[in-house]
Design a binder for this molecule. Structure first.
Ligand SMILES: [Mn+2]
Length: 449
């Protein structure tokens, strides 16, 4: 089937924002981190020129704040000029981080840039030699919360061209602050071929055939909550209006959480030096693994050539003697490990920067199950712990006694930064840690007696 045109779907660039890490020890790496968000956008534009696309769609949050920074605005200005020279247009909707109601462009953008207004949904025709080849329907946010069910007015009659709907949404149908709508709502719009979604920072193809529903994710994650390779999507539209989707890797920096279970090692580490070796070994492994594109998509180029470095959060887990050793002077143990590992892996190419080491080990209690089984008090306590996890009413009671430092895990955009997000995993962790403390204290009392 003959190729008709290509376009890029990108989103959530967050120009003006920074990565939440800095490497003071290395000027070169600190520069890479500072420039990563900007570099990722330049790479999208590089790919657009190289792949000869007709246009780029940006599905919201181009800027990080309502008042776009001079640097971020200037980059969009420069890149759109570069794209103009290559006859590539840019279609932008504004999201919750850069609503159109409060923000004006600091620079006068070239005529190849179209920003959708916020008053109502608007359809723009894309032409080639006077012939319409695609139609793009979009609407910008007016303010940081957008409760209008925008897509109900994304109506299009003509199905002879490729129709693209652009929405910045959390895909939550009920009382959402980010354009309430459901997957079914999107599927119900029969004349749309492709839904270019923004807001969720992870690449995800929700529906792979008409209508395609896709989040392209952010081109560069900014903290440990945004793990993995960031990028954009390249869509090749054929003459029969079917399409092929490929991944464009763009993030210079990759965030990664790594769990190290000391019980799963061939030889259990007993000293700080053993643990240090273990982390370095695991780090080397990470540096040698080849990247895969998310969602099983084919990547337009080797991802390994795109990634300049990793920022890793280590979590040391398991039960054993090492626990006491680490807990004795946890602060300095962590400091030591980070210094040693960074000395070894920071100057590699790509670099591997250890941003944090979390000590999540616990005391060795090999006969815990035996104790629970054979001691009436512990047996009852274990029963309560199980009930706490399974009984939803009891669980609610417990959560309310946890106190206001915790916040129910919700939409990442609505989170109170001063609070700890209470995910199901964390609740289970707290309850099992509490259980262990009770057993520990119980045994200590036993020893004293
Ligand atoms: Mn965003």
């Amino acid at each position: 089937m003959i190729l008709m045109f290509r376009f890029i779907h990108a989103s959530d660039i967050h120009l003006g924002s920074i990565l939440h890490a800095s490497v003071k020890a290395s000027h070169k790496i600190d520069e890479i981190l500072k420039e990563a968000v900007y570099s990722s956008f330049k790479r999208i534009c590089d790919a657009a020129i190289k792949c000869n696309v007709k246009f780029i769609i940006l599905s919201g949050d181009v800027y990080d704040r309502e008042l776009s920074t001079v640097k971020g605005s200037r980059l969009l200005y420069d890149e759109s000029k570069r794209l103009e020279e290559n006859s590539i247009d840019i279609y932008i909707i504004r999201g919750n981080h850069d609503p159109l109601g409060d923000g004006r462009e600091l620079f006068t953008l070239s005529s190849n840039v179209h920003t959708f207004n916020y008053e109502e949904a608007e359809a723009v025709e894309v032409k080639r030699n006077e012939e319409i080849v695609a139609r793009i329907i979009g609407q910008s946010y007016k303010s940081k919360w957008e409760r209008r069910k925008m897509i109900s007015s994304y109506n299009v009659e003509d199905t002879s061209v490729y129709n693209i709907g652009v929405v910045h949404t959390a895909l939550e149908p009920n009382s959402s602050n980010y354009v309430p709508c459901s997957i079914e709502d999107l599927k119900g719009k029969e004349n749309i071929h492709y839904w270019a979604l923004g807001h969720i920072h992870k690449c995800k193809i929700i529906n792979d055939k008409k209508p395609v529903i896709a989040y392209c994710g952010t081109p560069q994650g900014r903290d440990i909550g945004e793990e993995g390779v960031g990028g954009a999507l390249l869509i090749e539209v054929r003459e029969d209006l079917s399409e092929e989707i490929k991944f464009i890797p763009t993030s210079p920096v990759v965030w990664k959480k790594v769990k190290l279970n000391i019980n799963e090692c061939i030889e259990e580490p007993t000293g700080l030096n053993d643990l240090e070796e273990l982390i370095i070994e695991k780090g080397e492994e990470i540096l040698n693994i080849s990247f895969q594109a998310p969602e099983g998509l084919e990547s337009i180029q080797s991802i390994d050539n795109v990634v300049e470095g990793y920022i890793v959060q280590w979590s040391v887990e398991g039960k054993g003697k090492l626990n006491e050793l680490l807990r004795e002077d946890e602060e300095n143990a962590v400091k030591y490990l980070m210094e040693r590992v960074n000395k070894k892996l920071l100057n590699r190419s790509p670099f591997l920067y250890s941003d944090s080491v979390l000590i999540n080990t616990s005391k060795e209690m090999s006969d815990m199950n035996y104790l629970i089984k054979n001691n009436q008090v512990l047996k009852e306590m274990d029963g309560i712990a199980v009930l706490c996890l399974e009984d939803s009413n009891l669980r609610k009671d417990i959560i309310s006694t946890f106190g206001s430092i915790f916040e129910k895990d919700g939409d990442t955009e609505d989170q109170d930064e001063g609070k700890i997000q209470l995910s199901d995993d964390l609740i289970e962790e707290i309850i099992s840690a509490a259980k262990e403390i009770v057993i520990e204290k119980f045994l200590e009392k036993g020893e004293q007696a």
